[in-house]
Ligand binder design. Sequence first.
Ligand SMILES: Cc1cc2nc3c(=O)[nH]c(=O)nc-3n(C[C@H](O)[C@H](O)[C@H](O)COP(=O)(O)O)c2cc1C
Length: 335
Amino acid sequence: MNSNLNSPPWVGAPVPGETVDRLLYASRSCVQGPVFKEMHRIRDHALQRNVADNVYAALSYQAGWFMEWMEGPSAGIQAVMRRLERDPRHRDLRVVHHSRGPRRLPEPWSMALRKDHEDPGDFERRLVALSESAGQQRLEPASVWRRLSMPLRGSGAAGRKESDLYQRVMVCSARGTQSFELVRWLGQAHHCKVTSQRLAGAQDNDVANDYVDVDGGPGAMLRRVVAMARNGLHIGLFQAFLPDYSHLVLLLCGDSKHDVDLINILVSACSRLSHRPVLLGLGGPGCDHAALRAVARNGGLVYLDCDVSDTADAKALWAAAEPALDFSRTTNSQW
Ligand SMILES: Cc1cc2nc3c(=O)[nH]c(=O)nc-3n(C[C@H](O)[C@H](O)[C@H](O)COP(=O)(O)O)c2cc1C
């Protein structure tokens, strides 16, 4: 973790070569009332107990089910599991994944709440199917998490549900909420449902995170476009998935302070990654791409620039971005 992201002192960078237990379980929620409020209470407690055991965790809630992904020493994980088994706020706990490997969660705590209306029975069916196939496919915990908590949607998703083979693109605005408007527009233009999540890290308030799965047509790869709030870029769960993005699309505002700040945050977030997404800067006339490219390049990131005639128009933004995303398909292998 990079100190530029204002990390609290107890956050340490993963130790190179360190191997830990990675465990992922799902359980039915018995929480009456606002679940995210209860997750904040769990966070306060877990942060003290987990950190003492060097266990990092991400907790999600969707479709009436909790899911938690933990990474740490075996004894620490077992201690958390013993505490969890006695907790009346959930039941029917099932371990979906257990392996040893490198840490991927860079922060002790993250949490996410998916706001849609998946039926608990449908989630359970996906859970059972994935548990049966996860071992054979030797899935990494991040893949198990992604498939369960953020399943593919949209017309191109049918038949591809068990695959990670789709392009992931993040959109973030240097100022304002244009990234969310772009995702909303994509949903309308492609008749696809936008999924909304709330995300929070170890200390802060939650932020919005919307995504849409867009089918680019016959022969084209399915693409997930994720709008992320600027103040959510330091959240461990988001950073754990950063290597999966082919591109980070930056909606620049033309004010160099804000634009440079955004690039610096992403440089910090990507600094420990071996695979780094390509930055695609979308700016109006007068945007200083050369200066932004220099900041990105100094931080080890590739910066592609795109001029947009009207940065307030989602359709114009996407028309400028999409060819660049397609072009780089030939150069990026890690989707
Ligand atoms: C879905 C869910 C996830 C939880 N995750 C954690 C966790 O990661 N770490 C933790 O210490 N407690 C966690 N808790 C709380 C524990 O179940 C338990 O209430 C608490 O650790 C008991 O602490 P105590 O031994 O101090 O009484 C979680 C509870 C729920 C319902």
